[in-house]
Design a protein. Sequence first.
Lengths: 316, 308
Amino acid sequence: MMMSRLFPLLFISVLCMNSFSGVQGRKWKGEGTTQNLESIVIGRCFNYIRIVNPAVGEKNCSQIWEAFKNAFINKDPCNILPKDYELFINLTFHTIPPNKSLFWENNQLLVNSFADRGRRYMSLGDTLFGFIGDFLNWCGQADSPGLDYESCPTTLECENNAVESFWRMASITYAQHSSGVIQVLLNGSAEGGAYPQPGFFADYEIPNLQKGKISQIFIWVVDDLEGPDLDSCGIRSVKTLETRLKTLGYDVTCTDNNKSVMFLLCLDNPDNSKCALASSAPAVQRGPISSDRGGSWNKLMFVSFAGFLFRFALVY
Amino acid sequence: MPPQQGSARMRQRTVLLVGIAVLLAALVLAVVLASLLTHGRHEVSPQMLKWKDRGTTKNLQEVILGRCYNYITAQHPELGDKDCQKIWESLKDAFIYKNPCNITPEDYQPLMELASHPIPCNKSLFWSKTGDLVHRYTKSNQNFLTLEDTLLGYMADRISWCGDPSAPGINYESCPKRSECESNPGSVFWKMASKMFAEAACGVVQVMLNGSVEAGAFRSSSIFGSIEIFNLDPDKVSKVHIWLMQDIGGPQSESCSGHSIQRLISILEERNFKIICEDNYRPVQLLQCVHNPDHTDCRLCTNSTAIP
């Protein structure tokens, strides 16, 4: 009798525990896999080869999705290595035009705008392999072919996670195939330094630059418009970077607050004093012509002209 | 058996065999020829109509679906309830198997309903002959939305599509230009989408026009001049702010006091809109300076000791 009453109680409490753990006990601390990942990846692949950069030629986007997925599904999500993405990289690979590589740290949105969809520069996010993964999140689980939509490990929880290893592999590849003049855009207002160590540029890109293919390195250190000037050329972390690259034998030039990039920063803050253009007249003088004033301007001109004529007539 | 009968039968058999062999050979030849001809016909698709503009974008379905999911998942999660599969189906049904010169707004009505979404007030940004600049601007500054920044425009931007009555119903070889027929799938789509974009605008609306074009900054034949300004709702739109942009170092063909702008202003005034016109709206001019940092028009006030 007692047992038959206990069982329903036990059953209910087990159910409750399961749902409770479902809500509270997410496996990992990071966001889960992006919804509709497959459609997005395949769509981005075709979008890139048909519209964004058809110069890369024909690619097999279904195969690319399979290679991407197989890098991390059915595996321990804390044991994904960069070389797991080797097939994906091979299938998405294309050459990077010389002089167009743009490396960066702590200013992704700015770099996206500055690169102008690959027209001005080709940042990692403008290559096919970078374009596919940008701003997405993904992970799998051991012993199951499914994607984990609930949570994914952060890099703090484990380094060898699917997304981190993807970007390591992508960064290595990007650096290996960069040539000519290369550009590096750093944020002079970033806490922890414009040239962060550890960091993708420091650990995966610089070591994979091909000295024989690179003619020059331009470093641009740009502060946030209203941010502190924590780092600049020749001091602190930037000096460390310059020294490192020069020791490696590169021809390095560093510039503070590159003008073009400054203008880009000014878009969001055009009234900042750093953004005042010498050529533009103050707004009041050049002023907007409004339809309300349209009629009265004409009247004003007419009256002024009439007044001038009158005075002229008076004098003579 | 007498030898003559034997040899006659032999001859008969030989003739029969030869005859069968010839028939077989002829059959094989006929089959080979037929398959060659039909194979050739499939490659050329002579039944499909031929037009002057580029054909449907290859992998249209994957591109449209991917863009739809990309938009609602990665960029605008507030639109998470949109059904991208249904949206693709409704786009396809609008033109597949139809003569591409016979497309009507009704064909696109289901798509328009499924894919439209509200636009926040004061953010609508119209444009004419400033396509490159305006989209670089909205990419860098999220305060404004052009039609191509809405779901419908985002999916369709730089893509082409058209159908054909014969299988497979989509023409990947060519599509009609506007000069060949006005009611083609692309033109009808953009006209409808532009009309809806204008109807949805509220508050202050902006328009970026080109002051370096010889033919004038405002043309009545443009989509802006023929559709958008006439579908703005005076009860919802409080003001129209014109940004008249001239190329840095380019010809200063027109400014706010120019003829075509005055015409635009009078059309808008007639519809009871307040208008402000601004020459070389500064934030956009700053964007132009990104590409011309050393031009005299782009000298910064604090620039005396700037390193180039």
